[in-house]
Structure formats: C-alpha cells, structure tokens
Write a protein that binds this ligand. Sequence first.
Ligand code: SF4
Length: 545
Amino acid sequence: MSELLEEDSPTRTDDGPLVEVNGLKTYYDTGGLFGSNPVKAVDGVDFAIDRGETLGLVGESGSGKTTLGRTLVQLESATEGEVLFDGTDVTTLSGSDLKNWRREAQIVFQDPESSLNHRMTIGEIIREPLDVHGWPNFSVAVNDPDDRSVSVSGDGTRAEPNDAADITVELAGAAPTIAVRDALAMTADSVDVSVSEQSSSVSVSVSVAVSKDQLRRARVRELLETVGLREEHYYRYPHQFSGGQRQRVGIARSLALEPEFVVLDEPVSALDVSVQAKILNLLDDLQSEFGLTYLFIAHDLSVVRHICDRVAVMYLGHIMEIGETEELFQNPENPYTYSLLSAIPEPDPTADRERVTLRGTPPSPRDPPSGCPFSTRCPVKIRPKEFRDVDEHTWESVETLREILREREDREMGVRDHAKALLGLETGFEDFVDVAEEVFTRNGSLDAKGVETAERTDAARIDGALDDVDPVAREPLKEAIELVLADKETQAHELLIETFESDCGEQSPEHHTVSDSGRTSYCHRHRTEFDDTAVAFDDLLSSAE
Ligand code: SF4
C-alpha cells in the first residue's frame, strides 16, 4: 500500500454537510413471524458527511456497515429516522422524485465479478444508467436580465434551480448566447434556439442536432478513459477482464450520471494487493476531479487510515466512535475501537499498544444485548462496585458463563453443546460440571491438585473449580451452577445478571464528545466516575503480565 496517497481529501470543504443522518434505523423481518424480534441491522445512528469528504466506515462482519451504506443510497428502506441529502430527507422520496435523486447518489459494490451483468458488453453496462434516466435531459437555464417568467419547449426541459443546466441561454444582447455543459460531447453550434419575448414572459424553444444516442456513446467512451480503460473495451464482456479492470467498469458505471455522493462498499477487498493501490489512487483522483463525497466501507483498517478524512467505527448497528482518522487511530477512546485497532500491526515500533483478543463473536442483531451493544464482549466492561477488585480470571470466567447461558436462551443448542462450541472443545464434557471446571479452573490447576475427576462427587468438583475464583464471587456462582444442574438455566442466567451486571449491560451509553475536534464515543467510561479507556486497558494488560 506504499503507493497510496496519504493526504486528506483536498476536496473536503467547510460548506456544511452534504449528507446528514439522524436517528437512522434499518430493521429486517419487522413483520414479526411468530412474534420473533426484527433484525436490527442499523439501530439508531447519527452522523454527517461533509462535501468532498471521505468518511470511512469500519467494523466486523455483521456490524451493519453495508446495510447502512445501502440505506443511505436508498437501496434499503429506513425503518425510522432521516437521511438528509443537501437538506432533503430522501427516505420520504418516491416515484419520479426518488428516481431523479438516485442520480446524485451511487454505489460501487465489493465484488466486481458478480456485480456486472455478464451478458452485456462493458459499453452497455456503463451506458445502462444513462438509458434508464434518459440522460441527457437537455435541461435549459435561461438567464433573462428582465427577470420575466420563462417557458422552455422543443427538445429542452426547464432546469431545476440548483441543477447544473445542460444548455444555458443568455438573453442579454441582440441574439441569445448559448453555452453547453462540458460533460456533453457537443458544441453550442449543435443547439438551435428560438426566442419569443413578451413584456412579462419569454418562451424559448430548443432544438438539438445531436441525438441522445450519440451523446451517450460519447459519454461511455469518456468514462472508459476516465477510469483508465480504453475505447476498444466498449464491446468486450466482463469475463474478458481482470478483477481490477472489472472494478474500474463498476466505478465508471457509478459515475455515469455525475453523482455527488458515492458509497464504496469494500471496493478493493476482492482484488489482489497489487491492484488495490491502483484502484484506491483512481478513486482519489476521481474525488479531486469531480469533487465527490465518499462513504468508504472497509474492514482493512490500514487502507482506511490512508485514505479517509474521518472514520466511524460500527458495532451491532451502532456507531461506537467517530472522528478524525489520525486522532482516532493514535488514541482510540472507545473500548471497541481500541480492541479493533490492537489487532492491526503497529507501524510505529515505539508505540506500545498491546494486542487485545476479543471473546467470542458479535451477538445476533436479532437479539442484541441490553445496555451497551458491546457489553457481552468488552474486555474493560465496567464492573459493579463490589466486584471491581476481583482478579481477571474470576471476571473472565463470570463473563464466559454468562455468555454460555445467554446464547443458550437464543438457540436450540443444548447448554453443554454450546459451551463446547464457545470453549472450542469438541469432546470431553459429560455434564455441566465439566463445563464449570473448564470455565472456572485455572490452566493446569486440577492437575496440580493431583485429583482424579472420576473419584469425586459433583459437589466436590464444583467446590474444587470455584477454589480458583475470588471468594467474593464464589457463592452466587455456585448457586448458578446448581440451578443449571437442576435444569433451571433461565433462573441461573437471571441470577448472574442480577449479581454481576453493571451500567454497561443495563443502560445505553451516551455519545460523549472526547476531543476538541468533535470526536465522539459511545461508552459509559467517559463519565467522570469511571476510569477512562486507556487506564482500564493498562490495568487489564498489566494484570495479564
Ligand atoms: S459502555 Fe461498558 S461495555 Fe460498552 S464499551 Fe463502554 S465499557 Fe465497554
């Protein structure tokens, strides 16, 4: 990736946001088949993207990144909230209004292999959006110094006030002056204008000598060149191209209608590393040339660090942290960001951030945890006061047992099978006492005690396993294990929640502003009564040494 540009988008402006997202939710299966919960893919997000900015969107698989991107361009319907594009809430658009708006916002898909129609030529693929939208519509702006009411007829249509008109007619002077927008492959000589003027109105009839078909073909040839392909590629088919070339076709297609905003959904993930840099540089050049605004969805954090102005970190439908890229990478404030970033190799050898391993996988968005969405996996989850000083082994064991019982409630899988899966064990459990021993006994401690499992009663084995946990946590844990053995798993889970839950699992955090540049983080740790994230991770990592 060394060939990549490392600067912020020179196109980012202070002209206010192009896209504003407020309280956006996108749920699936909201019909509630047999009372089931909806899938909360995007669960209440707020952010804005400045004009000309590249906002990165990162997070694990299933975090809701792609659904969020697709909702912004209206390929998915929002369940709640608004997406303001230049001040207009596009979630309320329909019919021709929606179709017209779609020209402004496009998407480039991850997999160039499957996102192109293999029965169409490259030229047809790039041209398709032009045909669908009737491009160009020969919009006409009439500048009349007398400010009369204007009507347009013939081949032209009246341009909308804020749109770049295809044809501009100046009425000052004896004869009208005609100008044609650069994107159209024709000159003013191809346009014939006749004007009929009255005292309070003016009628302009426009006749264009070049066919739309010719202009579309010229536009496709221009787009091929723009993305680094050649004119002769027009009549070839996708299977005749490499992955990188196919992605160039996808980009050309997305640019055909001159959008302002492009969602790039993992645009280089499916490409060889050597090709990735070329496509990223192309995207960067196109942004500079056309003043594009990007939402760049990715899981490769090093790519995001190179090309994005700001980054939003997403987990289970929520934005956990959002802010300026370098600031966020150098000093993550949210525990999820911290964990995610600790997994990438640190280019600075003097940086001492250690790797944090996250327990398990993200919970189902159909049944997210209450409180903070990251609370079932957060390595620095806030503990209730009485357990704040228990050792890491005890706390980790408590969280593992809770996770086993929580998942049990969601699945048909038996608790022993689930425990096996969670602990990465295929064999060896005969009953839940085995699970308890695996969860609570420190590595090798049973061997050290020199005991033979087969010769001991269940009660003795449970006591033996709990020997390794902090005394303050022993009683409730023993009671929970006994409830599971009595087939009362729900009560066992409730007991653990009641005893060990903190604000993290009970209350949704606030979005706290954590830097002068306006970075925000969604975490209780920013409240004054708790240690902040860096201190919490220092304590965690030093206790593991
Ligand atoms: S609110 Fe609690 S669980 Fe969530 S990220 Fe912060 S510390 Fe972790």
